[in-house]
Design a protein around this ligand. Structure first.
Ligand code: F6P
Length: 359
């Protein structure tokens, strides 16, 4: 489906003033999103310097998930916190890079912000697109927020977005009224609305998954991918293409632009039995953006936005993108759970008990 390209000059600030006029919060959400956009511009400038910026290489720290941090991870995190700290719109923040909540300095506002400052950071030194993902929850309460206040299902988000640092830097946003894309005009420093009302095609012939993990997947995912690979002569009767950038933002952005299905399912590897991606920093904001663009987002068994997170760094299976394909994968999970999938059962994976304690 060809997308209408916006040729006018609607800047992000102008868009937000009009788009959020009915928010009833004296412009706090718009002001917060402008701060987020400022953080994104700074991170874009740092990423854009590449090896010349002195930010390549491993940091001396590991993050809360025990992963080695890149220097750019640490810098992007500091930049993001600094930009959002002082505006007076936030009650607290949670970052993928921090074990605990990040307290807000300065005046306190009504929103909670979660973010992954630099997603896909294993790609940084290869000069492959990386991104920032964020989500906003409402918290209009007097008491200081605690971790439990962040553990809300994703349908409670009031805004979410991602920035992609690619050949162009783009910011893709939703505040529950469609998904809209802005392109950074680098020489001027403005985000300009270039992709209003993005829509994800309902059908697709393209899937994105790390196939090297195939032997660890559950049977419904194995079944779905096997059928895609069988192509024209298989049950799907059409050829599929596959893409995997290993940078969620870049993979999801491609799906926003031309459809597709992105999958990071849970699998039988240690640490992946509940999924690999983080619910608050990756899955929920992306699910909100995808649904607002007409797509679907599921764990395979539930709508992602309906799952209550168990902790700040909770992981979750993610299957999102073109609606009809996501629904098919969900159906395969149902068939498997009810035992209706016997003809498709793969001999590679037979042990349901591997997941039983997580279910
Ligand atoms: O969570 C970080 C991340 O880099 C995502 O951006 C990406 O989709 C995924 O991990 C890639 O994981 P893997 O290296 O296992 O394919």
């Amino acid at each position: 489906m060809p997308m209408t390209m916006y040729t006018g000059r609607t800047t992000l600030s102008k868009f937000l003033i009009e788009h959020l006029a009915d928010q009833g919060d004296q412009g706090q959400l718009a002001a917060l999103l402008v701060d987020v956009a400022a953080a994104v511009k700074s991170i874009s400038a740092i990423c854009g310097k590449g090896a010349l910026g002195g930010a390549y290489g491993g940091a001396e720290s590991v993050n809360v998930q025990g992963e080695q941090q890149q220097r750019l991870d640490v810098m992007a995190n500091e930049v993001f916190i600094e930009h959002c700290n002082w505006g007076g719109q936030l009650a607290a923040m949670a970052s993928e890079e921090n074990a605990d909540l990040v307290a807000v300095q300065g005046e306190r506002g009504r929103y909670l912000l979660t973010f992954d400052p630099l997603d896909g950071s294993s790609n940084i030194e290869m000069n492959v697109s990386v991104g920032t993902i964020f989500s906003v929850l409402d918290y209009a309460q007097e008491k200081s927020p605690e971790t439990a206040d962040f553990l809300q299902p994703g349908h409670r988000q009031v805004a979410a977005g991602y920035a992609i640092y690619g050949p162009a830097t783009m910011l893709i946003l939703t505040a529950g009224k469609g998904t809209h894309g802005f392109t950074l005009e680098r020489d001027i420093g403005n985000f300009v609305l270039t992709h209003p009302d993005m829509r994800i095609a309902e059908d697709t012939q393209e899937f994105a998954i790390n196939v090297s993990n195939e032997r660890f997947w559950e049977p419904p995912v194995q079944r779905y991918v096997a059928e895609c690979k069988d192509g024209q002569t298989g049950i799907r009767q059409k050829d599929f293409n596959m893409r995997w950038i290993a940078s969620m933002v870049a993979d999801v952005h491609r799906i926003m632009m031309r459809g597709g299905v992105f999958m990071y399912p849970r699998d039988s590897r240690e640490n992946v039995t509940q999924g690999r991606l983080r619910q608050l920093y990756e899955a929920c904001p992306m699910a909100f953006l995808v649904e607002q663009a007409g797509g679907a987002a599921s764990t395979g068994r539930e709508r992602i936005l309906d799952v209550r997170p168990g902790g700040l760094h909770q992981r979750i299976p993610v299957i999102l993108g073109s609606r009809n394909e996501v629904e098919r994968v969900q159906q395969y999970h149902q068939d498997y759970d009810s035992g209706d999938d016997q003809p498709y059962r793969s001999p590679l994976f037979n042990d349901r008990s591997l997941y039983s304690e997580e279910a």
